[in-house]
Write a new protein. Structure first.
Length: 542
C-alpha cells in the first residue's frame, strides 16, 4: 500500500496543482480494510489538454447502441468523417436468420448525409429528407435511424420533424437521435439518448412472444467477434428461449417484442441499464446483471438466472451444462494456464469490460494490478447486484421497489461513507435484497490501482513503474504500450479475434493471451527504462 502511495505521488509530481487535485479523485488504491469502495470520481468532464481515451455522445449512441440493429439503416447526419470513422470498426457481427434475409442486413454499410459548407450555411434538413427517400427507394429497410453529429446541433436542423414527415411519407419508422458529439462528458451520454429513444418508440410495439417456458433478453451484448452467439448457444442449451440479444445481431422486430420476455439479462451494465430500469418500471420485467466473460463468471451467472425462475428442472439442466462445458474446456485451459499463471496485467477498457475480464484473467491465474474505465459511472466501480425472484405477476410488480431500495441504501449510506462499520454494512446487505456483491473494486486485491479516465501520461508512468506483462486496452493506447515493449491486446474489437465470451470464448482468449505472452518479438524491443540515455551535448546535428 505504502509503495503504491509513493508510486502515485511520483506520478502526480508532473501535474500543476489543480490537475493534481482533480486526478487524485479519479485514482484509488484498493484497501481490503475498506468496507465499501472509496469514493472515486467518475463520469465528469476530462480536463482540457489531457489526452483522454474517451469517445463522444455520437459514438455512444450511433456506434455502440443503434448501428448494430441489423435490419435498420442508420444515417450519420453530418460531415462524412463521423460516418466513415465510425464505420465497421467495432466488429458487431450480424447474420441472416429465418426472419431477416441477407439482403435486409445493413449494419455493415455506412450511410451519411456528407454535409458540405452550403448545407451548414443553409441547413441540412432537405438533404436529409432527400437521402431518406433515396434509401427507401433503393433498400426498402424496415426502419431508419438518424444520428446527429456536432454541427447539426449547432445549426439547429430539426431532425425530429424530418423523421416524423418521413415516417408519414414512407410508412416505416424513422427515428431521430439528437446525439451531437458534444453532449455529456463521454460516449455514456449517447448510450442514454439511444436507450430513451428506443424505449419510447420501439419497445412494446410488437405482440409476438417467442415460444418457450423461460423467455429472456440479453441486453447490452453487441456480439463483438461473435460473443452473443456463444452466449445464445449456452442459454439455449440450458433451456431458455432467447428473445433478443440487444443490439448485437438484433432485428427491429426483436426489439419491438422486447417487453414480452420474462427476464432481462444485463451483460454490459453501462450502455443499456437505462432500458433495463425503464422496462422494470413500465412492464415489471425484472433484470439481472450477468457476466458471460470468464468460466466461473459464466457458471455463476447461469446459476443466478436459474434461481430467478424457481424451476428445479431448469436448475438441473443448468448444472448439467455447467458440468459438461467446464469439463470439456478445462484440460485446454490448464495448458494455457501454465503460461499465463502469475503474469501481471492492466485492464483499461470502456465502461464495463475491464471488470468482466478481471474474471477471465483470474481463471487463467493472472493478476490485474491496474484496472480502470474510460467513461464508467461510480456504480460500475463499486458494483452491486440484486437477484430478483420471478414467481407470479404480482411478485414481479414489487421488484422495481426492491431495486430502488437497494440502490438508495447503498448509494446514500454504503457508498457515501457514513462511517459504516463492517458489521453495519453486513447488516445492511442482509436487510436489502442484495445477495451477490461484485464489481471492479470488490474484485481487486490489496494495493491494486483503480483508475478512472486514465490518460496517456498516466498509462506511460504506470507501465514504467509497475512493468505489467500484458495490457488490455483500446485502439489509441495500445500502441503506447507496444512501443514500450509491453504486449497489448485491444479489448474493444479483440484485435480481429473472438469470440471471447462463454466457454468457447475462454479458450480463444486463453490461446490468444498465451501466444501474445510468448511472442519472441517483445524481447527484441528495448524498453525506455533499459535504454542508456546519450548525454545531451546541446549540439545540433548536420
Ligand atoms: Fe458496454 Fe461494450 Fe463496454 Fe460500451 Fe464501448 Fe464496446 Fe467497451 Mo469499446 S457497450 S461499455 S461503449 S461493453 S464499444 S462492446 S468495448 S468501450 S467496455
Amino acid at each position: 500500500m505504502d509503495g503504491m502511495d509513493t508510486t502515485l505521488e511520483e506520478l502526480y509530481t508532473q501535474y500543476p496543482d489543480t490537475v493534481k487535485k482533480n486526478r487524485k479523485k479519479h485514482i484509488v488504491i484498493k484497501s481490503e480494510a475498506d468496507v465499501a469502495c472509496p469514493q472515486i470520481e467518475a463520469n465528469t468532464r476530462t480536463i482540457p489538454g489531457i489526452i483522454s481515451q474517451r469517445g463522444c455522445a455520437y459514438a455512444g449512441c450511433k456506434g455502440v447502441v443503434v448501428a448494430p440493429i441489423k435490419d435498420m439503416i442508420t444515417i450519420t447526419h453530418g460531415p462524412v468523417g463521423c460516418g466513415y470513422y465510425s464505420w465497421g470498426t467495432r466488429r458487431n457481427k450480424a447474420r441472416a436468420d429465418s426472419t431477416t434475409p441477407k439482403d435486409k442486413i445493413y449494419s455493415q454499410l455506412c450511410f451519411t448525409t456528407d454535409m458540405q459548407e452550403p448545407d451548414i450555411v443553409f441547413g441540412g434538413d432537405k438533404k436529409l429528407a432527400r437521402m431518406i427517400d433515396e434509401i427507401v427507394a433503393a433498400f426498402h429497410p424496415r426502419g431508419i435511424n438518424i444520428c446527429s453529429t456536432c454541427p447539426i446541433g449547432l445549426i439547429g436542423d430539426d431532425i425530429g420533424a424530418v423523421a416524423k414527415a418521413a415516417t408519414e411519407r414512407h410508412g416505416i419508422q424513422v427515428l431521430a437521435y439528437a446525439c451531437e458529439g458534444y453532449k455529456g462528458v463521454s460516449q455514456s451520454a449517447g448510450h442514454h439518448i439511444a436507450n430513451n429513444t428506443i424505449m419510447q418508440n420501439v419497445i412494446g410495439k410488437g405482440n409476438e412472444r417467442k415460444p418457450g417456458k423461460h423467455v429472456i433478453n440479453v441486453l447490452g451484448e453487441y456480439n463483438i467477434g461473435g460473443d452473443g452467439w456463444e452466449q445464445e448457444r449456452i442459454l439455449k442449451d440450458c433451456g431458455y428461449t432467447v428473445n433478443c440479444v440487444m443490439t448485437g445481431d438484433a432485428s427491429y422486430e426483436d426489439i419491438k417484442n422486447l417487453h414480452l420476455a420474462d427476464l432481462n439479462l444485463v451483460q454490459c451494465h453501462r450502455s443499456i441499464n437505462y432500458i433495463a430500469e425503464m422496462m422494470e418500471t413500465k412492464y415489471g420485467t425484472p433484470w439481472l446483471k450477468v457476466n458471460f466473460v470468464g468460466v466461473e463468471a459464466t457458471n455463476e451467472s447461469l446459476r443466478q438466472m436459474a434461481k430467478c425462475f424457481s424451476d428445479p428442472e431448469l436448475e438441473k439442466q443448468t448444472e448439467e451444462v455447467i458440468a459438461r462445458e467446464t469439463a470439456r474446456i478445462e484440460p485446454a485451459l490448464e495448458q494455457f494456464r501454465k503460461i499465463c499463471r502469475g503474469k501481471k496485467a492492466f485492464a483499461f477498457v470502456g465502461g464495463s469490460r475491464s471488470h468482466h475480464y478481471q474474471h477471465l484473467l483470474k481463471d487463467l491465474g493472472m493478476e490485474v494490478v491496474v484496472a480502470g474505465y474510460e467513461f464508467a459511472h461510480r456504480d460500475d466501480y463499486e458494483g452491486r447486484q440484486v437477484i430478483p425472484t420471478i414467481k407470479s405477476d404480482a411478485d414481479s410488480k414489487n421488484i422495481p421497489e426492491l431495486h430502488l431500495k437497494a440502490d438508495e441504501k447503498l448509494y446514500r449510506e454504503g457508498n457515501e461513507y457514513l462511517n459504516l462499520s463492517k458489521e453495519q454494512f453486513e447488516a445492511l446487505k442482509k436487510e436489502v435484497p442484495l445477495n451477490y456483491y461484485e464489481g471492479m473494486y470488490p474484485d481487486m486485491k490489496n494495493g491494486d490501482i483503480m483508475i478512472d479516465d486514465c490518460n496517456h501520461y498516466e498509462l506511460e508512468e504506470l507501465i514504467k513503474k509497475l512493468r505489467p506483462d500484458l495490457i488490455f486496452t483500446g485502439v489509441r493506447d495500445k500502441y503506447i504500450a507496444e512501443k514500450m515493449g509491453i504486449p497489448a491486446k485491444q479489448m474493444h474489437s479483440y484485435d480481429y479475434a473472438g469470440p471471447y465470451a462463454g466457454y468457447n470464448g475462454a479458450i480463444n482468449f486463453a490461446n490468444d493471451v498465451a501466444h501474445t505472452l510468448t511472442t519472441p518479438a517483445w524481447k527484441m524491443i528495448v524498453p525506455p527504462w533499459e535504454r542508456i540515455e546519450e548525454p545531451d551535448t546541446g549540439k545540433q546535428e548536420g
